[in-house]
Design a protein around this ligand. Structure first.
Ligand code: FMN
Length: 306
């Protein structure tokens, strides 16, 4: 037998997972779209598509482009808004035994705190994940996660009102991700999710046009795994709260690589677009690989890089 259970944190905001396999926000819809592919309750947790206070239509098309080893996207956080989530989606998620994490998107500190306050009251939600890769409209569109003062402000406001575990999802598009990780920890984050997409672009020499209508987009998939692994390793050495690893994971071996460098759990994103059953299969594949190399408890393997 392999004990795959993980605990994120140790206080009243502890999040217990049956296994370390989570889905990444924006790549698994609201979870319900995947119930024909597997039991969403068998995953460690599902992270919902980013949710904002009001519905958002997202960016113009095309907003997805395939690139070598990955994907560029500029979906622009299209979503139904929090009211619809509460009235139409959460009641259905409540009927599953899934551990559900809401991913929050907002353009001001006030909106972030309001979303956290509203979602804290929902029993179907087990934790909140702050997507700080979004522009602060009051500060001329600077991303929350790219400015130390703004990051401190948003994390402290959210953790003050939240009754749930709060994970801050860091952007790699900064000079020093460790500095940002420490700021999130100092301002009350219960865990950190590393990493969001990297900035990128793709162009077509025949039409001379960018491949995304938005010109720039977020790069994800196997090509970002070494970057994500390095971020997780550096951040995990620097903070004492749990780190959740995400970026390019495509196999059970990838999962163990992230755990080896210090991740408590991992999220699967772009790989789910290639195979919608992948996160479900991975739970079993991880157990098989652990048996093969003699790991009895996932937690004992964590952060054991020599
Ligand atoms: C189409 C798409 C939509 C995404 N939407 C969100 C989102 O709403 N909120 C968020 O925090 N991250 C979002 N992400 C980032 C992923 O959650 C993840 O951090 C990133 O894709 C890296 O993981 P991967 O290489 O396994 O895909 C999105 C990624 C993709 C590809």
């Amino acid at each position: 037998m392999v004990d795959c259970r993980v605990q994120l944190g140790s206080d009243s905001f502890m999040l217990s997972l049956e296994n370390p396999i989570m889905t990444a926000s924006g790549t698994f819809g609201y979870g319900l779209e995947f119930t024909n592919y597997g039991d969403i309750g068998s995953l460690g947790a599902i992270v919902l598509k980013g949710i904002s206070l009001r519905p958002r239509v997202g960016n113009p098309m095309p907003r997805i482009a395939e690139v070598e080893g990955g994907l560029l996207n500029a979906v622009g956080l299209q979503n139904y808004g929090v009211e619809y989530l509460i009235s139409h989606i959460l009641p259905q998620l409540q009927d599953t035994r899934a551990t559900v994490i809401a991913n929050l998107y907002a353009n001001s500190v006030h909106e972030f705190a309001e979303l956290a306050r509203i979602l804290s009251e929902e029993s179907a939600i087990h934790a909140l994940e702050l997507n700080v890769s979004c522009p602060n409209v009051r500060e001329g569109g600077v991303l929350f996660g790219q400015n130390k003062a703004m990051l401190a402000d948003v994390v402290s406001h959210v953790t003050r009102v939240s009754k749930k575990h709060v994970s801050v999802k860091l952007t790699p598009n900064v000079t020093d991700i460790v500095e940002m990780a420490r700021i999130a920890e100092d301002n009350g984050a219960n865990s950190l999710t590393c990493i969001n997409t990297l900035q990128g672009m793709a162009v077509d020499i025949y039409s001379k046009k960018p491949k995304l209508a938005n010109i720039y987009g977020g790069l994800s998939g196997p090509c970002i795994k070494p970057v994500a692994l390095q971020c997780v390793h550096r951040v995990a050495q620097a903070v004492s709260i749990p780190v959740i690893g995400v970026g390019g994971i495509c196999s059970a071996q990838d999962v163990l690589e992230f755990i080896l460098v210090g991740a408590y759990a991992v999220q699967i994103g772009t790989a789910t677009f290639m195979n919608p059953t992948f996160p479900f299969q991975l739970v079993d594949e991880l157990v098989t690989l652990c048996k093969e190399i003699g790991i009895e408890r996932i937690e004992e393997f964590r952060n054991t890089l020599l």
